[in-house]
Design a protein around this ligand. Structure first.
Ligand code: COA
Length: 321
């Protein structure tokens, strides 16, 4: 059978790091409130010359280098973002042009904070059909551009960045490396809990993020625990078999609550929300790359990825490295 194996990862952050104290000078908030309610201590904010595509290109180049794969070997680029450079064409095509692999499949997926899970699962499906042999899967965002910087209930929560992985289709069996099982979900009836109040077809503006945080929190814990159990069941493994959970980094309390529901110790959960805040589609690959770089995640490990975001959308994916 064909398996999609993660060959390498990379990530990129804007140059400017903004602390909670700096935000407290702009809006009515405090370092204490932000740390206690979210676990966030700082976030990276893109400068004028930094874009979703520039961050994505940097992350993609690092992932290719880590995988020791040349850009011209890539047959598929899927980029997850809710903050594309332009309404069209897809930011993935800008990445493709910069990498010099024109001709391969390249498109964006839009599932907000679950975007990387949607992109990873789509890439896995396409690789297993034989549509491509090697794929770049990228999550990249500049959420700072769609925040209402006067709304303290949202502007303190998000940051910018990008992460990428290279997947390769190989012949193998279930005992070897590769993506083992994935599940994706969406519930469009929850639109009003987390959305952007603009867009080309409605207001002809980009719009700003609006969120009912407390209600999102409640749904997140339930949906994530459910989808994690679905994937474990499909893979035929128990939570205790997992070496690492790489979750979407929205809030330290959501990470705690989800781990507790699964009976997983926090030592197995990769946490970067304190450093990166919520970078939407970039957060899972950013966290994954951080844990690969610092030597925590190693070849052979069983890794669970999971995310939940606007839509609502949510999903989980289990892979053996
Ligand atoms: N600084 C200081 N006070 C703030 C604040 C800030 N940045 N943001 C909100 N507050 C205030 C509120 O105005 C409210 O004051 P009030 O009681 O006088 O009305 C109080 O803090 C509590 O607000 P509430 O929204 O109930 O807090 P909370 O404990 O639910 O925490 C979130 C707010 C947003 C941190 C939390 O709900 C959350 O993380 N939700 C999930 C968000 C998420 O994950 N989104 C992305 C999914 S992809």
């Amino acid at each position: 059978m064909i398996r999609s194996v993660i060959r390498g990862s990379g990530s990129a952050l804007p140059q400017r790091c903004v602390t909670n104290a700096e935000l407290a000078a702009q809006v009515d908030t405090s370092d204490e409130w932000i740390v206690e309610r979210t676990g966030i201590r700082q976030r990276y904010i893109a400068g004028e010359d930094e874009t979703t595509s520039s961050l994505a290109i940097e992350a993609a180049r690092k992932a290719l280098a880590a995988a020791a794969i040349e850009a011209n070997e890539i047959g598929l680029i899927i980029l997850a973002t809710a903050t594309p450079d332009n309404t069209f064409p897809a930011t993935a095509t800008k990445v493709q042009a910069a990498l010099g692999c024109a001709g391969c499949i390249a498109f964006d997926v839009q599932a907000v904070c679950s975007g990387f899970l949607y992109a990873l699962t789509t890439a896995d499906s396409l690789l297993r059909t034989g549509a491509a042999k090697k794929a770049l899967v990228i999550g990249a965002e500049t959420f700072s551009r769609i925040l209402d910087w006067e709304d303290r209930t949202t502007c303190v929560l998000f940051g910018d960045g990008a992460g990428a992985v290279v997947l390769e289709a190989v012949e193998g069996d279930e005992s070897g490396p590769g993506i083992i099982a994935s599940r994706l979900h969406a519930d469009g009836t929850q639109h009003d809990l987390l959305y952007v109040d603009g867009g080309p077809s409605t207001t002809q503006t980009v719009g700003q993020l609006r969120m009912k945080g407390r209600e999102v929190f409640r749904h997140a814990v339930v949906n994530l625990a459910d989808v994690l159990n679905e994937v474990l069941e499909e893979a035929g493994v128990s939570a205790a078999d997992i070496d690492w959970v790489v979750p979407h980094q929205a809030n330290a309390r959501i990470l705690d609550a989800t781990a507790r529901k699964l009976g997983l110790p926090m030592e197995k959960v990769v946490v970067t929300v304190d450093r990166h805040a919520n970078t939407s589609a970039a957060s899972v690959p950013l966290a994954f790359d951080a844990a690969v770089q610092d030597g925590r995640i190693k070849p052979g490990d069983l890794v669970m990825f999971e995310a939940m975001g606007g839509g609502f959308t949510w999903g989980a994916c289990l892979a053996r490295l």
